[in-house]
Design a protein around this ligand. Structure first.
Ligand code: ARG
Length: 298
């Protein structure tokens, strides 16, 4: 079934036919000691250089780590590195994978911007020490790939949703599909404010997803509607200003989300989800929130 799908009419199977994937039990977080906005590489960072309150950022980060622990996830913590202010967004440097036999593998990212390339070896070293089988994309063929910023697993299934256009090259997914032997649905991103898939697509459970629809092409939206019965939509204000879609639902039931997303929260509750709100205002200044501050692991 390994293949790359670009439109709904190519999809000739249903989610139930895809191999199962274990539910993540651990998260990796990188300490925010050196977090700051020091350069501008996405539209959210404009006018934010030097504007981070570092004490507040640490409080927000600790509170989020406690939130994961309260849901029963083990939180693994890695030190940040001086001069790598975005390393705290540890969803971006890799794409981990676990199959039904609990074999753990990881593909390392090729960061799009010069400012973030040096983060990857630190995360790779962590995976080496933690028993993951490590893979690299062919840099002769693939320009960019930003890990779980753009590659998001369908809940409980070995199927990947792959965003491309701003930080990831579309052809990265051909190699990813081969390495992990999984189907990939590619989604073109069309609005630079939603530069990573995790800013506009949040996998909730096997048949539910939260999206910001205007960030996708028509082909992409058709694929999303083909695979999910339940597509919850965020408003432009909550998606852009509160990063409401950069939420995470690690267990198919509890959603951790930036605070204040009133409309999305109501829709989530109406569908039976439990909503847990967190302040990530300092990280919003850098263009990130709950989802990208952690890496889901097994
Ligand atoms: N300043 C970081 C960047 O532009 C933020 C990354 C946020 N991560 C995410 N997956 N949305 O790369």
């Amino acid at each position: 079934m390994a293949n790359v799908y670009t439109s709904a009419d190519q999809i000739d199977f249903s989610i139930e036919e895809v191999k199962p994937m274990p539910v993540p039990r651990r998260v990796l977080m990188v300490k925010p000691t050196y977090f700051d906005v020091k350069y501008v590489i996405n539209p959210h960072m404009v006018n934010q250089v030097g504007a981070v309150d570092t004490i507040q950022a640490k409080n927000e980060w600790e509170h989020l780590a406690d939130g994961f622990r309260e849901l029963g996830l083990e939180v693994l913590i890695l030190d940040g590195e001086r001069d790598l202010p975005d390393m705290v967004f540890c969803a971006n440097q890799s794409l981990p994978f676990c199959d039904e036999q609990e074999n753990r593998k990881v593909i390392m990212s090729i960061m799009h911007t010069e400012q973030r390339k040096e983060e990857v070896p630190y995360i790779e070293q962590w995976f080496r020490q933690n028993g993951y089988e490590i893979y690299h994309l062919d840099p002769q063929k693939v320009n960019d790939f930003e890990g779980m910023g753009d590659g998001i697993w369908h809940y409980k299934r070995q199927i990947l949703w792959g965003g491309y256009g701003f930080r990831t090259s579309r052809n990265a997914y051909e190699q990813i599909s081969d390495i992990f032997n999984v189907p990939v649905f590619t989604l073109e991103l069309t609005d630079e404010r939603f530069y990573h898939l995790d800013t506009c697509f949040c996998s909730l459970n096997e048949d539910s997803v939260l999206i910001y629809p205007s960030a996708f092409s028509d082909e992409g939206l058709q694929m999303i509607h083909r695979m999910y019965d339940n597509v919850i939509e965020a408003s432009s204000y909550e998606a852009e200003k509160l990063f409401a879609v950069n939420a995470v639902c690690p267990d198919g039931k509890n959603v951790l989300i930036q605070q204040g997303s009133t409309d999305v929260n109501k829709k989530l509750r109406d569908h039976g989800f439990h909503v847990h709100e967190f302040s990530t205002y300092e990280f919003l200044k850098s263009g990130g929130s709950v989802f990208c501050l952690k890496l889901l692991l097994w």
